[in-house]
Design a protein around this ligand. Structure first.
Ligand code: DGL
Length: 276
């Protein structure tokens, strides 16, 4: 049978590209479809109902495009929508949450800082994480309004971005945190600047690679037939493994920032009207 599957990945904007890079590295033969929902960014200050509605629309589009596995490359959207999406769609859905477990293993001071959106920090999923690990270490949190917008506009090293990072990391460091979790997929693009601000003695934890590995495990166990078809498709046509990019915002603008973040010049398509 001919292979026609793909992995669909979405985020509130361009941040999920930090996860997509890990997926591409780990699964070089897969066809990938990415949506940056940048017309609706940031999700961090929207209601869970609004985010769920967007997540349903984007997942429907990805499934219609042939996605047989979905990655929610967004901590905020996972918190608001993963449970409903799993009830509604029959494809495997991989979500993500701040990587507290590896941070707990890494800390020496026993204090872990979490940088995330307000939406993630106020969610029931995050409360459950705190309950699970909060007895082993002290977990201090910091919402970071404005940081996502800096990444969306390509300001990865501007003075304003640096100022925001200083403001958001210093309370955590003052509390004794020696490990910082990047609890939003936009923040890995600010890693070099965060590293400059916090110095070399702080461990910075990102979740992207773990999500890619989790996706690989789920595909292997839940879509075994597809695995075999993919191997044949790859043998027949190397072009199968391309990545297609969509945005809900202005494609020309999206193209320039997404090309920088992705590391090569890419085409970015506008989502069809009914999904905007
Ligand atoms: N990239 C997102 C996350 O991982 C959402 C950021 C936002 O839109 O506020 O949480």
């Amino acid at each position: 049978m001919k292979y026609s599957g793909a992995i669909g990945v979405f985020d509130s904007g361009v941040g999920g590209l930090s996860v997509l890079q890990h997926i591409r590295r780990l699964l070089p033969d897969e066809r990938l479809i990415y949506i940056a929902d940048s017309a609706h960014v940031p999700y961090g200050d929207k209601s869970p109902e609004y985010i769920l509605q967007r997540a349903q629309i984007l997942t429907r589009f990805l499934v219609e495009q042939g996605a047989d596995a979905i990655v929610i490359a967004c901590n905020t959207a996972t918190a608001a929508a993963v449970a409903c999406l799993r009830n509604q769609f029959s494809v495997p859905i991989v979500g993500m949450e701040p990587a507290v477990k590896p941070a707990v293993a890494a800390t020496k001071t026993g204090v872990v800082g979490v940088l995330a959106t307000i939406g993630t920090l106020e969610s029931a999923r995050f409360a459950a994480l705190l309950e699970r690990y909060g007895e082993e270490v002290e977990i201090v949190t910091q919402g970071c309004p404005g940081l996502v917008e800096q990444v969306e506009s390509g300001e990865l090293s501007s003075d304003r971005t640096r100022k925001l990072i200083e403001n958001y990391t210093s309370p955590l460091l003052e509390r004794g945190a020696d490990t910082l979790i990047l609890g939003c997929t936009h923040y890995p693009f600010l890693s070099p600047l965060i590293r400059e601000v916090v110095g070399n003695n702080v461990v910075i934890v990102d979740t992207g690679e773990a999500v890619a590995r989790q996706l690989q495990r789920r595909i292997k166990s839940e879509l075994p037939v597809r695995e075999a078809q993919l191997a044949i498709a790859q043998h027949e046509c190397k072009e199968n493994a391309h990545t297609k990019f969509f945005t809900s915002a202005e494609p020309a603008k999206a193209k320039s920032i997404m090309s920088v973040l992705w590391g090569e010049s890419i085409q970015v398509n506008l989502l069809p009207n009914e999904f905007l």
